[in-house]
Structures are given as structure tokens and as C-alpha cells.
Ligand binder design. Structure first.
Ligand code: LMR
Length: 392
């Protein structure tokens, strides 16, 4: 029976990690998967997380099961950061659960939407490839619209048209900040308009917030999520701590459900808990426990926010240097200066991406996406020269 299984392609992005590791060239550059890197090219554990982990080793008195919802103190500690200090649960209308990373959260969010009767997910493209993959695996149809114009701006017209055509069994999946893969985010004014359009179309918003703090700051990066939430009766918010706490492989995330009235929440959450139990039973504890320790301690919280500021500042410097280069061969690098987060698209063909890898040892996603944190003051000139070479 199992021999009936068809070969599946390896995940292109994750496969890049292995290809890069196997490349013997000393000056190779990894611009593939989205992990933050320092100016020295390292992805260290946050000092605040290290301190929290030491505390856990000393003080944690049990590793007994917590239940499908995971560590609720962790889930609740994040809420003021996501939803705002004064509106942390929107008057009792928001409840959350811990999930294995942002992917686990999206999996439960989309499955929950499907159980509620949603049939189609409206997504701006390009998007993170796993969005479409999870939808396909759940049997949810994907309706695409252009996220950005060729001029590198958000395509509000395409978004408006997609929402104008939406039906009552549709949901819209929106990136809260640091759009993956384009780095092209909605402005505050555009979020105001989106909130209005989503409410008018009566579609269910699913907001993916995987990079809070890496764009323009913790508060600023939550603007879109908060703006949409005040405009609609119900919403799902998928949250990841993998990037903003540097916990990638520990898989730390949360799913938040906003109900029209608090009385609906227990019934809705029971579906989330059931889906967790059917998928992974209970989320892994360690990373979320470390985040909880950080957020429970004022000094550690300040240290974490400071580390996050430094990351953001470094990425801004890389972006400024790319933009200052102007053009590289046929590519205009200036728009990258105004984009947000870890990612941007460099408009290269598949063949040019391959040439970047084979000739120059520069690893980037097939879409032309680069992880700007993979660039340092020591390798950025090589990158710019290589782009000029393959497009010149
Ligand atoms: C990325 O897009 O590189 C990250 O979100 C990591 C992943 O799991 O794909």
C-alpha cells in the first residue's frame, strides 16, 4: 500500500540549507531561510532567552503535561504586545492557545476556519509558500490577488477587487507586518482602508504575525492586526515567536481567536484544542516557557526589547547600504531601502538565481527572495557585484 505514495519534492527553501552547508567555498553567502544573522553572520540565542533558560533549569519543578492549549501564562503574557495594553483581550472576546511555531498556529487556524464553513482563502501573492501548501492539504481553495504592483507598492486595487468578489464562505489571509517574501508592507492609511474593506466584505480575517518587532517596532508592527480587529466581529491571529525571540527550532507560537461575544469563545476554543490533540496532542514546552520567563521579568523584558532593537537597526543599515548602491546591473536596489523585515525580492529569473548560486556561491530562494540579515558589511559588496554580473 505504502508503495502507492508519490515522490514529493523537497521543500525548496529548507533544501537550500543543506545545499549551502555542503558548499566548500569560504566566501559563500546564505540568503535563504529566514533566520536573523548578526554582522558576523551568527544566529545567537538571545541573551534574555539564555537567562530565562537558566532560570528554568534552576526552578522548573515538573515537566508533566499541560494540555492541548499549552502554557496559558505564555499565551496571555504576549497579548498586550499583540493587541495593545488597554485592549489585550478586547473585552473578553479574545482567547489563545500555544502552538508549535507559527506554522502550527496557521494549521489550526485554517482547519478551524474550514470546520466553521470557510471554503476559500483569499491570499495576496507572492506569499510564503507554506500558506498555499497548508490550504491544499486541508482541501481549502486559494483565491489569489497581486500583493504588490510591478512598481514595488502594495496593490490596493487588486486587494479591493478580491474583497469585492468575496463570498460568505471566504476568509482573507493577511501578513501583519514584514511581508514574506516581498518586504512590502501596508501603510497605516492602507490598513485603515483594509479594515473597512474586510468588514464590508464580511470575510473572516486570518492575520499572520510572524515578525513583530522586526519591521518598525513592536507597537508599529501590530498596527494592522489591531486596526482590523476593531473593525470586525471575528478574527483569527497566528503568532510566531520563532523570529522575534530567536527560538526557531524550539517552535514557539500561539493562535488567538476573537469572537463576536465572549460567550462564544469556549465553544470556538474547544475546536482549537481538539485540532491540537488530533495533530500534536500538546505543544512543545521549553521555548514558550522561556518566553514566559522573559515577559514576567521587567529586566529581561527590557533586555529582549533592546536585542530586538539592535536586530532591526542592523537590518535597516543593510537595507540602507543596498539602496545606496542604486542599481546593480539591470536591478534597481533602491526600493529595498524602504521595505521591512527579513525579506525582499530581487527581481532575478530562475536561471539568474541559479547562476548566483553556482558561479558566486550566493544562496537565495528561487523566487528571488533574499534574507537581508544574511548580508553583512563584509559580504554586501560581493552580493551587489554578483547581481550586476548575472543581470549585466
Ligand atoms: C522563511 O520563510 O524563511 C521562514 O518563515 C522559515 C520557514 O519555515 O519557511
Amino acid at each position: 500500500m505504502l508503495s502507492n505514495l508519490q515522490q514529493q519534492p523537497a521543500d525548496a527553501l529548507l533544501a537550500l540549507i543543506k545545499l549551502h552547508n555542503a558548499d566548500p567555498r569560504a566566501d559563500k553567502i546564505d540568503l535563504g531561510v529566514g533566520v536573523y544573522r548578526t554582522g558576523q553572520g551568527d544566529t545567537p540565542v538571545f541573551a534574555a532567552i539564555k537567562a530565562a533558560e537558566r532560570k528554568l533549569v534552576e526552578e522548573q519543578d515538573s515537566k508533566a503535561y499541560l494540555g492541548p492549549e499549552g502554557d496559558m501564562a505564555f499565551v496571555e503574557a504576549l497579548m498586550p504586545y499583540v493587541f495593545g495594553k488597554d485592549t489585550a483581550d478586547m473585552g473578553g472576546r479574545i482567547e489563545g492557545m500555544q502552538t508549535p511555531g507559527g506554522t502550527g498556529s496557521l494549521r489550526v487556524a485554517l482547519a478551524m476556519a474550514k470546520r466553521a464553513g470557510i471554503e476559500r482563502i483569499i491570499v495576496g501573492v507572492p506569499s510564503w509558500p507554506n500558506h498555499a501548501q497548508i490550504c491544499a492539504d486541508l482541501g481549502l481553495a486559494v483565491v489569489e490577488f497581486n500583493h504588490a504592483t510591478t512598481g514595488g507598492r502594495t496593490d490596493m486595487e487588486a486587494l479591493g477587487t478580491a474583497l469585492g468578489r468575496a463570498g460568505e464562505r471566504d476568509a482573507i489571509l493577511l501578513h501583519g507586518c514584514c511581508h514574506n517574501p516581498t518586504g512590502i508592507d501596508y501603510s497605516h492609511a492602507e490598513w485603515d482602508e483594509i479594515a473597512h474593506l474586510v468588514a464590508e466584505a464580511k470575510v473572516l480575517p486570518i492575520l499572520d504575525l510572524a515578525y513583530q518587532g522586526l519591521g518598525n517596532g513592536m507597537e508599529e508592527d501590530a498596527y494592522g492586526v489591531r486596526r482590523v480587529l476593531v473593525a470586525v466581529p471575528e478574527a483569527l491571529v497566528s503568532y510566531s515567536c520563532d523570529k522575534n525571540f530567536g527560538l526557531y527550532r524550539d517552535r514557539v507560537g500561539a493562535l488567538y481567536v476573537m469572537a463576536a461575544v465572549p460567550e462564544d469563545l469556549p465553544r470556538m476554543m474547544s475546536n482549537g484544542h481538539m485540532l491540537a490533540r488530533a495533530n500534536w496532542s500538546q505543544p512543545p514546552d521549553h521555548g514558550a516557557a522561556a518566553v514566559r520567563e522573559v515577559l514576567a521579568d521587567e529586566a529581561l523584558t527590557a533586555q529582549w526589547l533592546d536585542e530586538l532593537d539592535q536586530m532591526r537597526e542592523r537590518m535597516r543599515q543593510v537595507r540602507a547600504k543596498l539602496a545606496a548602491a542604486g542599481t546593480a546591473g539591470a536591478v534597481d536596489l533602491t526600493p529595498l531601502g524602504g521595505q521591512n523585515g527579513l525579506f525582499s525580492i530581487v527581481p532575478l529569473s530562475k536561471d539568474q538565481v541559479l547562476e548566483m548560486r553556482e558561479k558566486h556561491g550566493i544562496y537565495m530562494a528561487g523566487s528571488g527572495r533574499i534574507n537581508v540579515a544574511g548580508l553583512t558589511m563584509g559580504n554586501i559588496d560581493k552580493f551587489i557585484a554578483a547581481v550586476a554580473d548575472v543581470t549585466g
